[in-house]
Design a binder for this molecule. Sequence first.
Ligand code: P6P
Length: 335
Amino acid sequence: NPDRLALPVGTTLDRFIMRKQEDFPYATGELSQLLRDIALAAKIVNREINRSGLIDVAGAYGQQNVQGEEQQKLDVIANIRFIRALRNGGEVCTVISEEDEDMIQTGNNQGKYVVAIDPLDGSSNIDVNVSIGTIFSIYRRQSGIGQEGTLADCLQKGIHQVAAGYVIYGSSTMLVYTTGAGVNGFTYEASLGEFFLSHPNITTPKTGSLYSINEGSANSFSPGVSDFVQYCKDQNFSARYIGSLVADFHRNLLKGGIYIYPATAKAPNGKLRLMYEGNALAFIVEQAGGKASNGTKRLMEIEPTSLHERCPLYIGSTELVNKAEEFLAKERQAV
Ligand code: P6P
């Protein structure tokens, strides 16, 4: 009955996960447990981030802090915490992380799932107290259980994600995720150590008036990108660029808008990573009614060829992504 589905604001994440699992008669609970493992690591990383200001985080790796402890960069700490939570949780056989060149085998060869993760994106923003985020993507392994996960398990198209989400460590800490049945946002109450449902059934506006792109690279934008940026200015849109992907994405998701990281001279394939940035946010934005492409192709249809491959990213309100793609198509016709 529909009202059973409409869980009230304030429902805890645990209860939400349990009730949603009931909607999948064949669910055996592993994905639910995996989501709980990620939420646990997010709580721990949140505490580390909040403490970092107090223990004189030098930021650079290998500095001593006031306690004389070996100071680790927060993105190294976050990587350790998420991988440990996934290893201890037992549901994941293999992890790919922005922080590690190669696949990480957890030893859980019975694990059904593979996780791609950016443990702490935008960590250069930490020292200046700008919001930062964790981005994750979950796939079902294709190889048989009982062995290590394979490269093919890790290089699956975005359309094969079973779940994806992000944590934004900002003025409040939120977990936003989807398992393919809509997008829900949970706000963390540190004093209780719980995530509470605060943004049920997030849908992103079909259009908007915010555009997010680093115009410092404008001299190397392709004509189509330059023309779209000019279109945004002619429409009197607002430029909003925090330089922290999760923060820029989250704001645009809720308010409507477009985030673009195009090919530039410094980043000929764009700067952002397909497996643990683009695809995860693409799954979320599509589930929220938005769109994500590389400028010419649905992002989640891209066939990955390497763990850390980059991709141009056009993501947000459907009508704005369509408009950007129109300008890029005109550019190609003009060539
Ligand atoms: P630029 C942060 O380093 C990051 O990976 C994303 O979080 C952010 O959106 C982007 O890079 C900013 O890159 O080249 O504009 O400084």
